[in-house]
Ligand binder design. Structure first.
Ligand SMILES: Nc1ncnc2c1ncn2[C@@H]1O[C@H](COP(=O)(O)OP(=O)(O)OP(=O)(O)O)[C@@H](O)[C@H]1O
Ligand SMILES: Cc1cn([C@H]2C[C@H](O)[C@@H](COP(=O)(O)O)O2)c(=O)[nH]c1=O
Length: 189
């Protein structure tokens, strides 16, 4: 079973992924693998060096990285649940915010398995950016306007996807976790 956690930078994905894993292991006695994208060191390096200069290359690099990630996930047979911190909805939301055609991104990613559940942590960019670490590589103003577009794109995607559940991430972490647990509980029961 594949669960994806999505949202703009600083929305709380990594924190939620870790706590969900603990809960599933301790309370539900499930074997859980926590993973994240970008996945490979080699492609992450290319993304840093080349990708940010050009959104087409960036789309292809994130998608190629996903191909390697998915092949690796397929071999992890000992787990009941795999939680991935970011998946193909990140490419659709971010790279279309950078001007790439959404349908082309979907086409490039169409062979990857669809998660049974995606939790979208929704939060205004202005709030998320206050949670992001200070040494972030992006220019602050550029990043704020990009993240606003990315958030809109994520919300647009949810209109056509019943398996994506929106969680208001401006709430306390305890509330966010509780809502996420309810969605996961529905899936595993
Ligand atoms: N609901 C919440 N309310 C307040 N702070 C939160 C909440 N959830 C997470 N945080 C805090 O916000 C910061 C960013 O969280 P986290 O690293 O989980 O976000 P992220 O979405 O994984 O970010 P990125 O995409 O930039 O890696 C952390 O300091 C975390 O403790
Ligand atoms: C998978 C993926 C990621 N991104 C962007 C989103 C973030 O700004 C970084 C990843 O960093 P994180 O804070 O460790 O999550 O990369 C993207 O633009 N497109 C993608 O497909």
């Amino acid at each position: 079973m594949l669960i994806a956690i999505e949202g703009i930078d600083g929305s709380g994905k990594t924190t939620l992924a870790k706590e969900l894993k603990k809960w599933l292991e301790n309370e539900k006695k499930k074997k859980v693998l926590l993973t994240a994208e970008p996945f490979t060191e080699e492609i992450s390096k290319l993304i840093q060096e080349e990708g940010w200069k050009d959104p087409v290359t960036l789309t292809l690099l994130f998608s190629a990285d996903r191909g390697v990630h998915v092949n690796w996930i397929m071999k992890q047979n000992q787990y009941d649940i795999i939680i991935t911190d970011r998946y193909y909805y990140s490419t659709i939301a971010y790279q279309s915010a950078m001007g790439i055609d959404k349908n082309w991104i979907i086409e490039v990613n169409k062979f990857f398995p669809k998660p049974e559940l995606t939790l979208l942590l929704d939060i205004p960019a202005e709030i998320a950016i206050t949670r992001i670490k200070k040494d972030d590589k992006f220019n602050f103003k550029e990043k704020l306007s990009l993240l606003k577009k990315v958030r809109e794109n994520y919300l647009e995607i949810t209109k056509n996807e019943n398996s994506i559940k929106i969680i208001n991430s401006t709430k306390t972490f305890e509330e966010v976790l509780s809502e996420a647990k309810n969605y996961v509980e529905e899936l595993i029961s």
